[in-house]
Design a protein around this ligand. Structure first.
Ligand code: SF4
Ligand code: SF4
Length: 190
């Protein structure tokens, strides 16, 4: 897996421990398309999602929510307290896990979230107008073209290189702080 590819959200249990909501409500990167391309659902969660007026991701063979999740509104999950899918409740990225088990302070998590936002802004500033970062991320995941890239017209080659560098820095930072160890190993393999 390349450094620019992202795994799907896993529905493995996160660790029990401290209340993670101060971190997660200030972050949301596992909902916005920055970390994941989709959110897989259990079969018994499909009705819950439909009750919120959402459609399933048509590009996925299994029931999934497309990311960015339409329930992420005004910078946070709009159903966080009232009933997120269990996949979301049970998911824990490396940063949340570190916070829950006490190896990373809340202050440090806030620094990391803030720095991630800065790197995201840097990358978004280099995107062509009308191309959202999550769409580029999805295209990078699904159909990277070795010779041409996505924006590889000759006139755009320099901007393309700067954009890919900004994306590589962003994804390296994400891999370092958010992806579980197993994904980090996969992301660093050729
Ligand atoms: S800290 Fe991790 S689990 Fe919590 S919202 Fe951010 S990416 Fe998701
Ligand atoms: S339901 Fe809430 S927690 Fe789950 S992906 Fe959507 S915004 Fe994130």
């Amino acid at each position: 897996m390349s450094a620019l590819e992202k795994p799907a959200i896993s529905s493995e249990d996160g660790p029990p421990g401290r209340d993670g909501s101060p971190l997660c409500l200030a972050c949301g990167f596992c909902c916005t398309g920055l970390l994941h391309a989709y959110t897989p659902l259990r079969a018994d969660e499909v009705e819950l999602v439909r009750a919120h007026g959402l459609s399933l991701d048509p590009s996925r063979p299994e029931p999934s929510l497309a990311q960015p999740c339409a329930l992420h509104r005004d910078g946070r999950c709009s159903i966080y307290e009232t009933g997120r899918p269990r996949t979301c409740v049970r998911y824990s990225c490396a940063l949340l896990t570190g916070f829950l088990v006490g190896t990373v302070s809340l202050e440090r998590t806030r620094e990391i979230v803030r720095r991630t936002r800065e790197l995201e802004v840097d990358a978004v500033a280099l995107l062509p107008p009308g191309l959202p970062l999550e769409r580029l991320n999805r295209e990078l995941d699904e159909s990277w073209q070795e010779r041409e890239g996505f924006l590889g017209s000759p006139a755009r080659r320099q901007e393309h290189a700067r954009l890919l560098l900004a994306l590589a820095i962003l994804h390296r930072y994400l891999a370092r702080h958010f992806l579980p160890a197993k994904s980090k190993e996969a992301a660093s393999s050729p």
